[in-house]
Design a protein around this ligand. Sequence first.
Ligand SMILES: [Zn+2]
Length: 286
Amino acid sequence: MDWKNLPSSGGGVQDRRGGGGLPGGGIAVGGIGGLVIALIAMFFGVDPSVILGGGSQTAPTQQSQTQAQTPASDESYQFVDRILGSTNQVWTGIFKQSGRTYTKPTLVLFTGGTTSGCGNADSSVGPFYCPLDNKVYLDTSFFATMQKRLGGGGDFAFAYVIAHEVGHHVQNELGIADQVERAQRQARSEAESNRYSVALELQADCFAGVWGNKVRGTEAANLTDADITQALNTAAAIGDDALQRQGQGYVVPDSFTHGSSQQRVTWFKRGFTSGDPSQCDTFKAS
Ligand SMILES: [Zn+2]
């Protein structure tokens, strides 16, 4: 993938790195396997108690010395800026086609910890979308964790993570997130409420696939089959069943909030092959 040719977000990335927090290797040094898996799960919004089996392990909290200010021209910054810029381009185009205006999200790059409209986020919260301030929050150390622990490395796989979070922003823009929240408040059981969460997450995967489809169509991105395989492997590695199996050794489908590996791959593929967000009605499908 040649991400360097993708359009810049034009100031859409807010760089809050270098403000202290956990050192880069802090998570790995912690050495608790289950914790690392839980951290990864949390990046995608899974309730960590599901992964940790209700355990009481806590994330390391010591703060490192304030790190040197990272220049905004470094590779990580450039990468997220180009991927965000690319999602802006794709979703602006799609919204325009249906007479809507796409409001671009901001992406906050941080290390250690930061504040968000949805509360304080430390390194264990990682990539997430806050619908209250329309911002995607991304701790770049997540990429290293993903590569090391899940074999989910590769630029396109990382881009998929960003595109998934942007997918939640698209849901917010379309009012889907609100509808789901309302439905969840009326849900009669946790299992029913979880089904809405799964549908919401799978739709974000499908939207990430839609973005992938549009990017594949541009020569600039130079997307290869190997890139696509990487993204699919990542989607499979972060399915709830895969994470639960690694975290607790067994699978509890009712507690799924993101969907199984198979479901995540299926929905990403559906978006990727169609390039059509109307194919992403995961609510109807479930
Ligand atoms: Zn998500």
